[in-house]
Design a protein around this ligand. Structure first.
Ligand SMILES: C[S@@+](CC[C@H](N)C(=O)[O-])C[C@H]1O[C@@H](n2cnc3c(N)ncnc32)[C@H](O)[C@@H]1O
Length: 304
């Protein structure tokens, strides 16, 4: 995964090198954070949650913090908002995740929810039951940005550094391993397409191996046809990030581990109404999966 800074400042060959001295705290919070390409993509969904309701009021997620976060970051997201299909996709998935989360916590009001690769999301604003727990986790550079911007709202919420590309994350996050533990809800949106296929399979297998019965993992997927094509994506292209994983069939997800079950698949086509659903039906035999969609994975009963 390329990890060079997103925005480089070109210096003319004749400019003298800057004198060595302690760096001054200039520039916006975002510029100072110098996020590498993949972490910098967190601005895309943040912009959609902050302003997407202007364009798609029926999908407005009414995020209480996203606009203020953009202001504090000093982020200019105008070009991101020109990519309206992506704005719609983010709002559609936010609504679906909210619904999945509410259904899960209605059944398990004291359970734990975990946002893997959380970026600057704040799903707990919608999913707090008053008794459940929540964990937001992302790469250290993102968590360093997140912690001052989104301090923990209550003792039932915690933060953690996470690198999903490294096996053993379930235990490092302190997630439950006992057979009789409460189920866990994992959310992983806008993350796995940036990992290598073997890394994604390892993430799914780790969920399958450890998750207590009744646990759920909600993740977004894109078609395999999009792998390697991020440069042509209107808002991801400029970040320099690349799509590395996609699916040819939704059934591939559950095939990763015998304990996994594909409980639900959703296509973003439903966000476009009947025209979108018709296009999805036309493309599906060729693509084998939605252009972009969500999967809900569960685990079979029995010991993890
Ligand atoms: C498009 S952003 C999505 C952020 C957030 N999920 C959202 O929907 O707003 C991609 C996120 O994936 C995170 N990410 C990428 N690779 C990761 C890894 N190996 N481990 C953990 N997080 C990762 C990035 O740091 C970034 O926050």
């Amino acid at each position: 995964m390329p990890q060079s800074p997103t925005r480089r400042t070109a210096r003319s060959p004749r400019s003298p090198a800057p004198p060595a001295r302690a760096p001054r705290r200039t520039g916006s919070l975002l510029q100072r954070a110098q996020l590498p390409p993949v972490p910098s993509t967190l601005l895309i969904p943040l912009a959609a949650r902050a302003h997407g309701g202007r364009y798609f009021p029926w999908l407005d997620c009414h995020d209480a913090v996203a606009q203020a976060l953009l202001t504090q970051l000093g982020a200019d997201v105008n070009s991101t908002l020109d990519d309206l299909p992506t704005v719609l996709h983010v709002l559609w998935r936010t609504r679906a995740i909210k619904e999945a989360g509410r259904a899960f916590f209605a059944e398990h009001p004291q359970a734990l929810g975990v946002n893997l690769g959380c970026g600057l999301t704040h799903h707990f604003q919608w999913l707090d039951t008053g008794a459940n727990q929540w964990l937001d986790a992302d790469l250290p550079a993102v968590m360093a940005l997140r912690k001052p911007l989104l301090p923990l709202p209550c003792p039932r919420v915690r933060h953690a550094d996470l690198d999903l590309s490294q096996p053993g994350w379930w235990q490092r996050l302190g997630l439950p391993v006992q057979r009789n533990a409460l189920p866990v809800l994992l959310v992983c949106e806008g993350v796995l397409m940036y990992l290598q296929p073997t890394q994604v399979h390892a993430v799914l297998a780790e969920f399958a191996q450890h998750a207590p019965p009744g646990s759920r993992m909600v993740l977004d997927v894109m078609t395999r046809q999009a792998v390697g094509c991020a440069a042509r994506h209107a808002s991801v292209g400029p970040t320099g990030a690349e799509f590395r994983w996609g699916v040819g069939r939704m059934a591939e997800l559950a095939a990763v581990h015998p304990r996994l079950r594909l409980l639900r698949e959703q296509s973003v086509a439903e966000g476009y109404g009947w025209a979108g659903i018709a296009m999805d039906m036309l493309w599906r035999p060729w693509l084998g999966a939605p252009l972009y969609g969500l999967a809900t994975l569960g685990v079979r009963d029995g010991s993890p």
